[in-house]
Design a protein around this ligand. Sequence first.
Ligand code: BTN
Length: 233
Amino acid sequence: MIGTPRVHHRVTDSTNARARELAAAGAPHGTLVTAEQQTAGRGRQGRAWVAAPAEALLMSVVVRELGAAMLPLGAALAVAAACEALTGAEAGIKWPNDVWLGGRKVAGILLEGRPQEGWAVIGIGLNVATREFPAELSGLATSLALAGAEAPHVEVALAELVPRLDAWIEAPAEHVVAAWRLRDALLGKEISWGGGSGTAAGIDDSGALLVDLVDGGGRVSLDAGEVHLGSGG
Ligand code: BTN
């Protein structure tokens, strides 16, 4: 079960850093690290993850069941379903695992791991009570408070998320892929990435993003990295 044991920090640099230490020291599957505040929250692609104290769910989970599961996609499904339960708004996923409400990012997921040692850490940052974002995020970021009638308590958000994470981590790959396809926020949209641009055409059975290149240039699949909405021109 996810959440046992649980370590809560009032302040730490990064819950992912704490969870990685615990995993390397042998912490069991499901070990949960949470924090009210992070001083050096980490995002994907080497970016920082910033959240005001007590306004976001900041959590990392040690995972040791790495079998057939597709952790990055499964974690996003769990977060999306929890967001819907908490707000009543429909949640989408921008490949691979940004969770969107109303066309803006409400949660990010950072997966770090040592597969050869049999563990991974799923780090989740979910904006819960934030009502104002820094200028550079305005128009891009949202929170449960902005998307629903009332901001749930961070612990309530955690309680909605944990059983869903448990279920999606264990789910067979084909179920994860099928459910993920129903939440694909990029499908049919113009996207760009470091290597080009085209129209997002869903994911393949391994979770890679399919893109139809511009001007009939064929179809490519991206299995890592980051894509942006828009042609990038
Ligand atoms: C992203 O770039 O979208 C991923 C953001 C992941 C942020 C969370 S907050 C809790 C956990 N600890 C970290 O340092 N990062 C993740």
